[in-house]
Design a protein around this ligand. Sequence first.
Ligand code: UGA
Length: 443
Amino acid sequence: MAPRITVIGTGYLGATHAAGMAELGYEVLGMDVDPDKVSVLSSGRSPVFEPGLEELLARHLASGRLRFTTSAEEAARFGDVHFLCVGTPQKKGEMAADMTYVDAAVDALAPHLDRPCVVVGKSTVPVGTAARLSQRLADTAPAGEAAELAWNPEFLREGYAVQDTLRPDRLVFGVRPGGRAEEALREVYAPLLGAGVPLVVTDYATAELVKVSANAFLATKISFINAMAEVCEASGADVTQLSAALAHDDRIGGRFLNAGLGFGGGCLPKDIRAFMARAGELGADQALTFLREVDAINMRRRSRMVELAREQCGGGFLGRRIAVLGAAFKPNSDDTRDSPALNVAAQIQLQGGQVSVYDPKALDNARKAFPGLNYAESALEAAEGAHVVLHLTEWQEFRELDPLVLGERVAERRVLDGRNVLDAERWRAAGWTYRALGRPQPE
Ligand code: UGA
């Protein structure tokens, strides 16, 4: 009989994983301690903006394969394979990850696990967590060692979560030698493995490290090109041409080589910090000191954007109106966690500028995170009377803006492209002063 699946934690990762598992044909029970989330999901709505997710939820609520609950006991009794998808945010005032939710999920499930099952961690965790949780399960589940732990890190990107879940680049199973978790996971993922998705089977520690090192590499790649942008700014070179030329080398590749305002979100920034903290605990801090630079380069891009905006405002923000296009940490997402765009907007407001922020999907989250900023309902409204327009999150909607139409609304036609994607010639032809990070200013 096909295994029954539970998914503990129904945020970006868990909601998508639950719906994805139902799409693969399984009976799925999603569990979350937040009753509001459970009722929203049970009505077929997604608590987050994620393209394609609501369709998948609706399909499988209707097919009867997908349900949600707040009861850990019900989840424990229902599932043969339990996926842990809870968050591991950065601890307040520290670099390390907060493991409260992961530990609480295991503690809620374990007392009810009285038959053989597999508990599969998907969250991004400090290396060593799986070994610790495996022991905790063995000690506290009535099934003892028959409640087996596996680590199966998740690599999905927000905005592409559904597609990344159903067609991942690879699967990684971290398992205990001699256990039955590998076989159980091979069965669950059979539709993907059969379709040719590569599989790497490892021990626990390696599986945990694959995830954090992947995110560390991606963050490093972005900061590398942003460091080149700094040198380009100092030397009059153009980082977009530089990165296009580098990308022709297959060994380097062009993805994640877009210079601009840098990385944000709920993953890359906190993951590199937690990775450094964990390496420190293990006595391997020297190995990761470069990540401190990666973080510092990334944060400098935000200050540089504020500096450029100040320059464009004539040296100070007082009495100046600044339109900010974008609030999400990246396009196709409503997530504003550690958003570079909102960070820049807040810095400018703090320095006396009158900021007006617009984003196609992230305004609700932005209002909650930064209630003191002013928000507009459209790009045109944000641009009303602006002395400078800052393009900080590269939504398609912003690429398609007509600079002539926008030009009618602003006080001064000045645009700063924080993502290097607007068509500079088109904006200049419409009478705008166009400036971007890492690119020369024509005479
Ligand atoms: C990231 C990883 O890409 C996923 O593989 C991983 O599963 C996920 O974290 C996670 O750990 O859960 P995500 O946070 O959704 O995914 O966002 P990315 O697409 O990686 O973008 C991160 C940030 O980098 C964004 O702020 C984006 O604007 C920025 N970025 C990306 C650049 O500044 N330049 C680039 O060339 C690419």
